[in-house]
Design a binder for this molecule. Structure first.
Ligand code: NAD
Length: 268
């Protein structure tokens, strides 16, 4: 299937590894030029090199890395001001940043909440604000926010994540149904369940610190709790992302799309 994305420009945040990298890779394989953002120069440049090797048209397609904290105004300004990039004229924006830490809400102070809301709600909104009207003028746009299944099925110790991401979800539900929809600009949230990334490994390692636990035991229990019997991969997450960005997905907007191996138990 031709996804019809050749020649498009995508901004992919949190893209040196994990789910963001998976999205960048799938888009580059479809002929998309990308600006990939992560905070640390070394891993980012490794990702850029890998992505450059995957281009379908090495002359026409560009892969640009910007080492920046996407949750800061300065980081976003650096992305939009990069001389080789399209400015704010992206066709595709994948918003993503590290998730807030787990914990007990009794320990969280105002600053913890502000940091979570800043990273997981206000940063995507700022990125949307900077790009979406240009998309509408060009009659093509795809925004995908990487959120979490915790929006649909909250977990008590992930309250910072589900709280902040639910705010974004409510905002997106309204905006996606604005006149942007008639301009072929779609805005959707992709909700990962358990994917085999560094972030998931860290949470597994933390759980394995408890008495009687090991990494293998925690991982096996996790796999057994998922109907698919396994963790997801960044590759398959990227493929879903690329389809939602494609010319075939113009009629999908304002949705919260779960990718969780069947772990969410509800019908809707
Ligand atoms: P990861 O730790 O494997 O990768 C995160 C990437 O984002 C890295 O490239 C990192 O450098 C970059 N990054 C983090 N903060 C950034 C910032 N402020 N500015 C720029 N780049 C930044 O994580 P992942 O597993 O790919 O998770 C991505 C998102 O999906 C996170 O928000 C996470 O909470 C959410 N999520 C992941 C899972 C999972 O199972 N992996 C499940 C639910 C939700």
């Amino acid at each position: 299937m031709d996804l019809g994305l050749t020649g498009r420009w995508a901004l992919v945040c949190g893209a040196s590894k994990g789910l963001g990298y998976g999205c960048a890779e799938a888009l580059v394989r479809e002929g998309v030029s990308v600006v990939v953002v992560a905070r640390t120069e070394g891993p980012l440049q490794l990702a850029v090199q890998r992505l450059q090797g995957l281009r379908v048209d090495a002359l026409a397609q560009q892969v640009i890395g910007v080492a920046a904290d996407i949750t800061s105004g300065a980081g976003r300004a650096a992305v939009f001001a990069h001389p080789g990039g399209p400015g704010t004229n992206f066709d595709i924006v994948i918003t993503n940043a590290g998730g807030p830490p787990p914990g007990d809400f009794r320990d969280w102070q105002r600053d913890d909440w502000i940091a979570a809301v800043d990273a997981n709600m206000l940063t995507p909104i700022e990125l949307i604000k900077a790009t979406v009207d240009g998309m509408a003028a060009r009659r093509f746009g795809r925004i995908i926010n990487i959120t979490s299944t915790t929006v649909k099925a909250p977990i008590d110790n992930l309250g910072l994540s589900s709280g902040a991401r639910s705010g974004l979800t409510g905002f997106v539900a309204g905006l996606a149904r604005s006149p942007l929809a008639q301009a072929n600009v779609t805005i959707n949230n992709l909700l990962p369940g358990a994917f085999d990334t560094d972030r998931l490994r860290k949470t597994v390692e933390a759980a394995a610190q408890k008495p009687g636990q090991t990494i293998d035991l925690v991982l096996e229990r996790r796999r057994q709790s998922i109907p698919a019997g396994r963790l997801g991969t960044a590759d398959e997450f990227g493929a879903i992302c690329a389809f939602i960005c494609s010319q075939h997905a113009s009629y999908i907007t304002g949705q919260n799309i779960l990718a969780d191996g069947g772990a969410y138990p509800g019908s809707f």
